[in-house]
Write a protein that binds this ligand. Structure first.
Ligand SMILES: [Zn+2]
Length: 185
């Protein structure tokens, strides 16, 4: 399995190899066979028949799964480009949810073959991946949020308060969701 960066300007100095390796390490490894490549792109290739605004997509080509993570679409909403450079830990936390979702489609396509709604299955995968990633990197992530919450050079008061609130929200969410696990296990 390889990670390919296709001319992503936005991801810039972000150490994608480090963070994608950590995310991959908390995904169930027994399903990684048949996953050929993770593409990190600013926009989708023309031959991909998928919602052009989505954050990620999963395709099967020549009997192998391929994941696309769309940094361009993410930058419009979920992960603004400054976050990769200044707060990579927060960016990586968001990316864990995106990669987890697409990995869920892969697990479903090749292994579990869940008969219900495959989007539901992928959504649960995304949530579990986010949960385990958060657990693994908790301290780094809290420190990042804290540093953002006191950075008055970049952020206004409301933005800083949102970062502060995120810490409490994450603490509460992890406390309330102690039994999350990957579906199909
Ligand atoms: Zn999906």
């Amino acid at each position: 399995m390889t990670i390919l960066i296709n001319e992503s300007q936005i991801i810039g100095k972000f150490d994608y190899k480090k963070y994608f390796s950590i995310i991959l390490s908390i995904l169930p490894v027994e399903y990684i066979g048949n996953l050929k490549v993770i593409h990190i792109v600013d926009k989708y290739e023309n031959d991909i028949d998928f919602d052009s605004r989505s954050y990620g997509c999963y395709v099967i080509r020549n009997y192998y799964g391929e994941i696309f993570i769309n940094i361009g679409n993410l930058s419009n909403n979920k992960i603004p480009s400054y976050l990769y450079k200044n707060y990579p830990e927060i960016s990586a936390l968001f990316l864990s949810e995106i990669l987890g979702h697409e990995y869920g489609h892969h697990v479903n396509a090749f292994y579990v073959k869940y008969k219900g709604d495959s989007e539901e299955f992928a959504k649960k995968y995304a949530e579990s991946c986010y949960y385990f990633y958060l657990k693994q990197r908790r301290l780094h992530i809290y420190i990042s949020y804290y540093l953002a919450s006191v950075n008055f050079l970049i952020f206004n008061r409301n933005e800083r308060m949102m970062f502060r609130k995120s810490i409490n929200d994450i603490k509460k969410w992890t406390n309330d969701n102690k039994h999350i696990d990957y579906p199909g296990k």
